[in-house]
Design a protein around this ligand. Structure first.
Ligand SMILES: [Zn+2]
Ligand SMILES: [Zn+2]
Ligand SMILES: [Zn+2]
Length: 392
């Protein structure tokens, strides 16, 4: 085979390795990952979280350590004969440097062959006594206090497994190979070869850096990432850092039992929508208040129809004079209409609905535009959105 095909093979193999070691989101969703292919031997993550990750990280080590060996095996089967002829001619002209190169090659190949054997031996040793010797088991043992409910590493693992099974955990994917799991008392970061664990009671979290990236220039869309240092104070437990999308920050904070310290260098970048909601609220605050009819008892309103959380605090009530910026009367087709719907929405949801109905490329003029009531489709403008008296 020619040298070109050897190069093509090398590039192709490097790509395959990259996809195995760092699978893209498409590979993950298609189930083309080491975890997925060997899922039956790894055990269920949702039932035995710790044991699953001990097996998964060991398996990753094994599979990844085999990749260089597979490469040289195929390479020599396919390309070795033609290389021999080339190397013979090189050998006669450059005998000294050739033998040095050959020595380096032999050492490298010996290392490549030995690596999987060493990894296999280590995994065999770790797996004895039900993974008692595994580094993760030894790490968890540092949380154990004899005489308490955390008797040994298995009790610690059982606590993590138990909390992971509950619905109140928060799982944030950092990248294709790392996730953050926060349960009632544990903070865990899972990586390809290791899992970091910290107990919430003796851990400080510090947001120390943020960075913003443009996703698309036209739509002013940006994504912000926050880097957070997880600093356990317990002896022997290593510090680790997590990097999450700023949108996930609140989820993370809500699940933690103590606040994340935010250094002054970290500035949370507000999204265009958040900014719009603020401006919308300021404008509505200047509009007349709406007094509820006596027959609609204040406590008789359901929660907001959109978010299902806040209480409705606005009513669409026509107040504008149907004139344009120059004071000229608007044509019938652009006039606001009367909405007879009862108060159903909170101000945030109305502002977001309003924004969603606008032309995304004309952000500056959103406030001057119109929108239709989500229920009755009556046209309204921002002057017609009124806070309900006593509910702000
Ligand atoms: Zn709402
Ligand atoms: Zn309406
Ligand atoms: Zn209007």
């Amino acid at each position: 085979m020619s040298q070109e095909s050897a190069i093509v093979f090398t590039i192709f193999y490097a790509l395959i390795c990259f996809c195995i070691v760092y699978p893209s989101t498409e590979f993950v969703s298609a189930g083309l990952t080491v975890d997925h292919v060997f899922s039956s031997t790894l055990g269920s993550e949702s039932i035995t979280f710790v044991q699953h990750h001990i097996r998964r990280t060991s398996l990753n080590l094994m599979v990844h350590s085999l990749l260089p060996l597979m490469y040289i095996r195929v390479y020599f089967m396919q390309f070795a004969s033609s290389n021999d002829e080339d190397s013979d001619s090189v050998a006669s002209s450059l005998p000294d440097s050739y033998s040095t190169v050959m020595l380096v090659w032999r050492v490298l190949i010996a290392a490549i062959v030995l690596l999987p054997a060493l990894v296999a031996a280590a995994i065999y040793y770790w797996s004895r006594n039900n993974w008692q010797n595994h580094p993760v088991a030894k790490y968890l043992a540092k949380f154990a206090i004899p005489g308490t409910r955390f008797e040994d590493w298995r009790a610690v693992a059982a606590s993590i497994n138990d909390e992971y099974r509950r619905d109140d955990k928060v799982v944030i994917r950092m990248n294709p190979v790392a996730r953050i799991v926060v349960t009632e008392s544990w903070i865990i970061k899972t990586g390809p070869y290791w899992i970091n664990v910290a107990h919430q009671d003796d851990t400080a979290l510090i947001a120390y850096k943020s960075d913003t990236h443009d996703v698309s220039q036209e739509a002013f869309e940006t994504v912000q990432f926050v880097n957070i240092a997880v600093k356990p104070t317990r002896a022997g437990i290593r510090e680790f850092s997590i990097r999450i999308n700023a949108l996930d920050f609140k989820d993370l904070q809500d699940r933690l039992s103590r606040p994340i310290t935010i250094l002054s260098s970290v500035k949370f970048h507000r999204s265009v929508l958040d900014h719009f909601v603020e401006v919308f609220k300021d404008q509505v605050a200047q509009n007349p208040r709406h007094r509820l009819d006596v027959d609609v008892a204040v406590d008789n309103l359901d929660n907001c129809f959109a978010c299902m959380q806040a209480q409705p605090n606005i009513k669409i009530q026509k107040h504008c004079l149907d004139v344009d910026e120059a004071g000229e009367a608007l044509p019938e087709a652009r006039c606001c209409q009367v909405c007879n719907c009862r108060p159903m929405w909170c101000i945030e949801c109305v502002a977001k609905w309003f924004a969603s109905r606008q032309n995304q490329s004309e952000r500056e003029s959103w406030l001057q535009q119109k929108c239709t009531c989500p229920m009755c489709r009556a046209r309204f403008c921002i002057l017609d959105v009124c806070y309900i008296e006593g509910r702000r």
